[in-house]
Write a protein that binds this ligand. Structure first.
Ligand code: NAI
Length: 337
């Protein structure tokens, strides 16, 4: 079978993982080029993964004719321009979330995708490719838990990474755009519906630094969806125990919980502290297989000439909702969509 040749931009926390996955774990694909401003990192990674082309600029990489597709894992503020440029250069595009850092940018990305209907575009909402979320989604979609009443989802980063979160706070877009986007995406996906109203709240409970950016270290929101379901989302940066992503869907005939007690693996430790289970340390560990699965889906879509289920419009809609949450958080009022 033909191998899809991919060039990947950004070799940071997630970019290195995507590069390694493309080089070693995703099938029918070849990691042909890498791009990063950090030359040492670029050379070291290209040597380690046996990558042919190393590019110091994005323009240089998308000009490589042999590339079929581009994987964008650069800082969020670059996504929209790089999506448009890569599509214009005739490449299929996988981009990390968020689609853009403003709704206007998302609309630009929509136009770029619409202008290249022959190209595959996919956004990295990786939770949809996690085996447990996929399993739960099938059950909800088949009506197994009846009519959804409440959707509750938490994203908590470990307190030990707080310095990085504070350093990133000025250009993250805030907790709703940076963290809760995944929960917003899940809510729309599971409920197959859109929000009608939102009330957001939160604060700086441990780290006043977030206040400089009109943000909190822990935030939440309550939404009413058009299908009548209640949606409660929580995003926090101060989890004492590790990386905690959990979701609960309460229906008229059953309840589903996904990782309500987060766990690293099936090992239980019995020691001087009692009986305990360890927790995943970070998103790379918790969603290890999802990152592989989503890129496999992108490559399969190119090879099978079909479009992914996660669309550019999902990216815009989720950003619009996240901004409405932020507006409600800042104004302290209930807002309608
Ligand atoms: P990072 O800050 O760790 O790494 C960014 C990399 O991009 C750095 O190596 C930097 O040198 C490089 N870079 C910066 N400007 C560049 C340019 N003009 N050309 C080429 N390279 C450039 O960032 P991180 O945490 O890896 O995040 C990257 C993106 O992935 C963000 O948009 C973030 O929102 C998203 N992300 C998604 C996650 C998910 O679970 N889906 C998890 C973490 C991040």
């Amino acid at each position: 079978m033909k191998k899809i040749k991919i060039g990947s931009v950004g070799l940071g926390r997630l970019g290195l993982q995507h590069a390694e996955n493309i080089a070693t774990r995703v099938m029918n694909v070849e990691l042909t080029a890498l791009c990063d401003l950090n030359k040492n990192l670029l050379n070291e990674t290209a040597d380690r993964l046996g990558v042919e082309h190393r590019c110091n600029s994005f323009e240089e990489m998308i000009a490589l004719e042999e590339l079929d597709a581009i994987c964008i894992v650069s800082p969020s503020g670059l996504h929209t321009a790089q999506i448009s440029a890569a599509l214009a250069a005739g490449k299929h595009v996988f981009s990390e979330k968020p689609l853009g850092v403003t709704v206007e940018e998302c609309k630009e990305a929509e136009k770029a995708v619409e202008s290249h209907p022959d190209k595959v575009f996919m956004l990295g909402f990786m939770r949809r490719f996690d085996p447990s979320y996929m399993y739960a989604h099938q059950k909800v979609a088949s009506g197994e838990i009846g009519k959804p009443i409440l959707f509750r989802s938490y994203s908590q980063d470990p307190e030990k990474f707080i310095d990085g979160a504070i350093a990133f706070a000025g250009h993250s877009g805030g907790q709703f755009l940076d963290m809760a986007v995944h929960d917003i995406d899940l809510a729309r996906w599971f409920l197959n519906s859109e929000p009608e109203s939102v009330t957001a709240m939160g604060g700086c409970y441990a780290h006043p630094e977030f206040g400089e950016f009109k943000d909190g270290d822990n935030v939440s929101c309550l939404m009413k969806f058009k299908n009548d379901a209640m949606v409660f989302l929580f995003a926090g940066r101060t989890a004492p125990h590790g990386y905690n992503v959990e979701t609960e869907i309460i229906g008229t005939k059953g309840i589903l919980r996904i990782a309500s007690v987060p766990q690293k693996n099936l090992v239980e430790i019995l020691d001087h502290s009692g009986v305990r289970k360890e927790c995943s340390e970070n998103f790379l560990e918790r969603f290890e297989s999802s990152y592989v699965n989503e890129l496999q889906e992108f490559v399969d879509c190119i090879l099978e000439e079909r479009k992914p289920s996660v669309t550019v419009y999902d990216g815009t809609r989720v950003s619009e909702i996240a901004y409405k949450c932020k507006e409600s958080f800042e104004s302290g009022t209930q807002l309608r969509f």
